[in-house]
Design a protein around this ligand. Structure first.
Ligand SMILES: CC(=O)N[C@H]1[C@@H](OP(=O)(O)OP(=O)(O)OC[C@H]2O[C@@H](n3ccc(=O)[nH]c3=O)[C@H](O)[C@@H]2O)O[C@H](CO)[C@@H](O)[C@@H]1O[C@H](C)C(=O)N[C@@H](C)C(=O)N[C@H](CCC(=O)O)C(=O)O
Ligand SMILES: Nc1ncnc2c1ncn2[C@@H]1O[C@H](COP(=O)(O)OP(=O)(O)OP(=O)(O)O)[C@@H](O)[C@H]1O
Ligand SMILES: N[C@H](CCC[C@H](N)C(=O)O)C(=O)O
Ligand SMILES: [Mg+2]
Length: 487
């Protein structure tokens, strides 16, 4: 695409027009590390650094045009805009040819369950033999190809680039996690969602959003941004969650409600949960099917209903949906059982919010024959308010709470632990800072019939200390601990 065409997508003031000679744009990027000759570099004011300072570096690497919002001194043309963040979304959409318009786009938001729901949706269409795409916490996936990701919802350029790749590889349906932080930062601006799903709303990410009302506002943006026209879009809403009921008023889309306790378009009855899986009668409008899934827990019934709603709204056949649910293996690190011949059940789970932890512990208590052990920590540089709450939930809903480290990042682990201990009587929990030792301790002390939940890191294969990622995988550690069990 010619630079002169691309630039039409934004409102700009060009200061150095005498230098402008049209060129074929090779890439558009906000990151100097991705600049190649013929690139357009967008200077973004970030939370760590100001991208304007990297302009000389971008030009040295071959950038032929700069988009900036503050004065920069350089030899290539600079197009000044009021807000480079906003301009980036317009440029990304135009450069990649609005890929979201040619696929069925499903966006999933909510505090917990996004990864699980997006994977369940993707599996339905994959099972039907359709081209599928997925963007989320674990990875970006284009049909069978997997790409690593830093954020649950990447920046707008990465999103549009990934969507273009999907479109070019015959993807028909895209299932995508949309985090509240991404919504606030405009990482999904310009993406044309056909179906938006709301899972639930409880506390998380207050380090970023500051207040629950700001956090809620962020989540509501997905539904408000669905547009104001009647063009067949659908919002799939959890009617049992008061915020789900509230958000219905924020969109003019069709609504499909799901729930267990309230009357809903999609609901579950006769729920039966065991360590082997979950069964329920699925009601979808006036049709009924019996569902058997490997996923465990009432919260996973909600996740299944959300996925059913999205897949149904996207046109999947109900029997195909039910078939796919019956085959779903579950997502790595979500209530994942570690094989063991010790008689002790060890489960790795990604519960890193008070509500997530409460849900998994309630599920565990439903089928644990004897004592339960809960190993949990809280992340550094993240919401500090959730720390005492999570410690309290661990103490109140397990027999043995073991408090440990989880990605301390740049915070002092002792400070994080003090925040957690403030929610309980310290005598009620065992504190073992080293997570490996905490896991070994629980495995050594548990008796046959007991269950251990290792919460908070799920699929993560690292422990972030300072700014460095050290390899650490709860599942691997649990396997090792079981092999070294001193009992
Ligand atoms: C606080 C926050 O959200 N930060 C995000 C933000 O980075 P930033 O604004 O801090 O960027 P910066 O590091 O200051 O850099 C500013 C600019 O300089 C550029 N730069 C920087 C260095 C360089 O050498 N060259 C260069 O050009 C950068 O590309 C950027 O354009 O924009 C980046 C690109 O979109 C994100 O990757 C980054 O997420 C960081 C890694 C992060 O940890 N975010 C978390 C809080 C987050 O977003 N989490 C949510 C929810 C998670 C969940 O619930 O699952 C998520 O969606 O992941
Ligand atoms: N519907 C739900 N309600 C409450 N808790 C849930 C629900 N689904 C999952 N959880 C808990 O939250 C954890 C994370 O689940 P999942 O990864 O699907 O959520 P997420 O919204 O993608 O999280 P993140 O915000 O980190 O991306 C699970 O391991 C489980 O403990
Ligand atoms: N992806 C989320 C959850 C991380 C979970 C936990 N392991 C932590 O580090 O706090 C985040 O970055 O906030
Ligand atoms: Mg996720």
């Amino acid at each position: 695409m010619l630079a002169s065409d691309l630039i039409q997508s934004i409102k700009y003031k060009q200061l150095s027009d005498e230098h402008f000679a049209d060129f074929e744009v090779t890439t558009v990027t906000q990151d100097t590390r991705e600049v190649v000759p013929g690139a357009i570099f967008i200077a973004i004011v970030g939370s760590n650094v100001d991208g304007h300072q990297f302009v000389p570096q971008a030009v040295a690497s071959g950038a032929k045009m700069i988009i900036a919002q503050e004065p920069v001194d350089t030899t290539v043309p600079v197009f000044y805009v009021k807000d480079t963040h906003r301009a980036m979304a317009f440029l990304a959409d135009k450069f990649y040819g609005s890929p979201s318009k040619s696929m069925k786009m499903i966006g999933v938001t909510g505090t917990n369950g996004k990864t699980t729901v997006t994977h369940l949706i993707e599996e339905v269409f994959d099972n039907m033999g359709e081209g599928t795409g997925l963007i989320g916490t674990l990875y970006r996936k284009v049909n069978d190809q997997i790409f690593p990701t830093t954020n649950t919802t990447p920046d707008v350029l990465t999103n549009q680039k990934t969507l273009a790749d999907m479109r070019d590889h015959n993807v028909k349906t895209v299932s995508m996690e949309v985090s509240s932080i991404a919504l606030v930062q405009g990482r999904v601006w310009g993406i044309n969602y056909d179906i938006c799903v709301f899972t639930n709303f409880t506390e998380d990410h207050l380090a970023y959003h500051k207040t629950m009302s700001q956090y809620k506002l962020a989540k509501s943006l997905l539904f408000a941004q669905m547009g104001n026209t009647f063009d067949g879009k659908t919002a799939v809403m959890n009617i049992d969650d008061p915020v789900g009921r509230e958000f219905i008023d924020y969109t003019t889309s069709n609504i499909l409600t799901y729930g267990i306790d309230h009357q809903a378009d999609i609901s579950a009855e006769n729920i039966n949960i065991s360590i082997h899986g979950t069964e329920f009668d699925l009601h979808v409008l006036n049709e009924v099917r019996h569902v058997k899934t490997n996923l465990i827990g009432k919260f996973n019934v909600y996740n299944s209903l959300a996925a059913v709603g999205a897949a149904y709204a996207a046109g999947a056949d109900l029997d195909e949906i039910v078939d796919s649910l019956s085959k779903a293996k579950g997502v790595k690190g979500r209530f994942q059982l570690v094989p063991s011949d010790t008689g002790v059940s060890v489960i790795v789970d990604y519960a890193h919010t008070p509500d997530g932890l409460l849900n998994v512990l309630e599920t565990l208590n439903d089928f644990a024959k004897q004592d339960t052990y809960c190993i949990v920590g809280c992340g550094g540089d993240r919401d500090a308010q959730k720390r005492p709450q999570m410690a309290k939930i661990a103490v109140e809903h397990s027999t043995h709470a073991i408090l440990t480290e989880d990605n301390p990042r740049t915070e002092d682990p002792h400070k994080i632990m003090d925040d957690m201990l403030a929610g309980i009587d310290p005598d009620q929990a065992t504190v073992i800072f080293n997570r490996r030792e905490a896991i070994q301790y629980a495995v050594n002390h548990a008796k046959p019939g007991d269950a251990i939940i290792i919460a908070g890191k799920g699929h993560e294969d690292y422990q972030i200390i300072g700014h460095t990622k050290h390899h650490f995988d709860d599942y691997e550690e649990a396997e090792k601990a079981l092999n070294n069990r001193e009992n």
